[in-house]
Design a protein around this ligand. Structure first.
Ligand SMILES: Cc1cc2nc3c(=O)[nH]c(=O)nc-3n(C[C@H](O)[C@H](O)[C@H](O)COP(=O)(O)OP(=O)(O)OC[C@H]3O[C@@H](n4cnc5c(N)ncnc54)[C@H](O)[C@@H]3O)c2cc1C
Length: 404
């Protein structure tokens, strides 16, 4: 079979971690603000008749999901490592932004694979079937490479399907000390990822959607707030890097008394939402339709990855990489999401106090975004009491809505 280039225009020959000037040219930064999409939805309606009442009650809880964000102070590890004849490309450690940034990160990982093998890759193994594994597998296939995914769990049973599903490209991406080093590579990742997600919006199936949301407060809210990009972090977490993430339009203040919510101040914003089970299934479907093969397998060491028949292996095992490659710089940041029954009429998000609500197609998602005790906490046991508390906090607001 003819040799294939992974990505047109990649040029660097060095194997390197990504936050440096040594990235292949095609994966270097593009300016942000480029990809505002013409299909962005109109700003939130605040006419009562268009805002269906949200039902929030502990009896409506259908699921409590707990998972671990794979955070590294220095940011994700996107790095090539040679083990004998085998080339391992690490692509893990994306904190709270792995769904958002998966496409751009995987493009950088594939750029490294190409640089290290002079573009001569015909087949590839991908370890892991979360967003980083699936996006790497698909980008490789789209470049004509034959791919086999190996993973101990597949969608819909991977824990990260319990994530919020929000475009949150700088959520726990790296510690603030490392932000400057990452600016260029992060911009590249975010721009490419935003483009890819936007294309998914154009497809049928609702795997990715725009949504409108209302941010509510007793006090007036700053007009530079953009959607949920300014989510609070718990006090016991490190300072995280912030990037100039202006992908979404600014929020708009609603005139007092014009909206149905019981708090005086409301701003309306637009966001991008991933309906994760649908999105993961769509990616799996594309992978299989392109002839991809999947093997259920758990790896216990880097040596086992290197022993695979494929000469190039992408390591996209997320938090699993901590044990797999002994990388203790991967820190678990525990998080929990609560699912209420599906409410098709509710098509808006809400953010107030400690809660965030996402109008997910697979059930209304409620999260305590100010939860403490998650940093360096690997416990993935669901906390039912915490789940009920946050739903009651939401209920206090929804019961005061005037447009039932
Ligand atoms: C509460 C919460 C909310 C979040 N919200 C968002 C959000 O709104 N937006 C966003 O962008 N991100 C969000 N995230 C972060 C996001 O979920 C992660 O960054 C993302 O899942 C990382 O993807 P991954 O592919 O690296 O790992 P994972 O999704 O964890 O997938 C890892 C894969 O590797 C496999 N694997 C692991 N170890 C091994 C092994 N030893 N052998 C074989 N296979 C193995 C697993 O079975 C799985 O298939 C959230 C996370 C949490 C906890």
């Amino acid at each position: 079979m003819k040799r294939r280039a992974l990505l047109a225009g990649t040029a660097a020959a060095l194997i390197t971690s990504v936050p440096s000037s040594l990235l292949p040219r095609a994966v270097q930064a593009q300016p942000a603000h480029r990809h505002r999409n013409a299909t962005l939805p109109p700003q939130c309606p605040h006419d009562c008749s268009l805002v269906a009442a949200l039902q929030a009650h502990v009896d409506l809880i259908t699921r409590v999901n707990t998972c671990r964000r794979p955070f590294r102070h220095a940011g994700p590890r996107i790095e090539a490592e040679k083990i004998g004849e085998k080339l391992i490309i690490h692509n893990y450690g994306h904190g709270g932004s792995g769904w958002s940034l998966c496409w751009g990160s995987s493009r950088q990982a594939l750029g490294l694979a190409q640089a290290a093998s002079s573009g001569n890759v015909d087949s590839m193994a991908v370890a892991g079937c979360g967003p980083l594994g699936l996006s790497a597998a698909l980008l490789a296939q789209r470049a004509g490479i034959s791919v086999r995914i190996y993973a101990k769990a597949l969608p819909p049973t991977i824990a990260s399907l319990g994530a919020t599903g929000l475009w949150s490209p700088d959520s726990r991406f790296c510690a603030s000390d490392y932000g400057d080093d990452w600016t260029r590579a992060w911009n590249d990742m975010a721009n490419f990822s935003f483009q890819e997600h936007s294309q998914a919006i154009a497809q049928p199936g609702m795997s990715v959607e725009w949504f409108n949301g209302y941010r509510l407060s007793h006090n007036s809210l700053r007009d530079d707030d953009r959607s949920f990009e300014a989510l609070p972090y718990a006090m016991d977490e490190p300072r995280y890097a912030k990037f100039a993430s202006n992908f979404l339009p600014p929020s708009v203040e609603l005139p007092p008394g014009s909206h149905p919510f019981p708090l005086p101040h409301a701003r309306c914003f637009t966001g991008m939402m991933f309906n994760l089970p649908l999105y993961a299934q769509a990616l799996m479907d594309e992978f299989l339709a392109r002839g991809g093969r999947i093997e259920i397998r758990e790896f216990r060491s880097l040596g086992e990855l290197a022993a695979l028949p494929e000469n190039v292996v992408i390591n996209a095992t997320g938090y699993g990489a901590r044990a797999l490659v002994g990388d203790e710089s991967v820190i678990p940041v525990r998080g929990q999401t609560v699912r209420l029954s599906v409410q098709p009429a509710v098509r808006y998000a809400l953010r107030s106090g400690r809660f965030l609500v996402m109008p997910r197609r697979d059930g209304i998602l409620v999260q305590n975004v100010a939860e403490t005790g998650g940093f360096n906490n690997a416990d993935d046991t669901p906390d039912r009491t915490g789940a009920e508390d946050i739903v009651r906090e939401l209920q206090a607001v929804t019961e005061g809505m005037r447009c039932a």
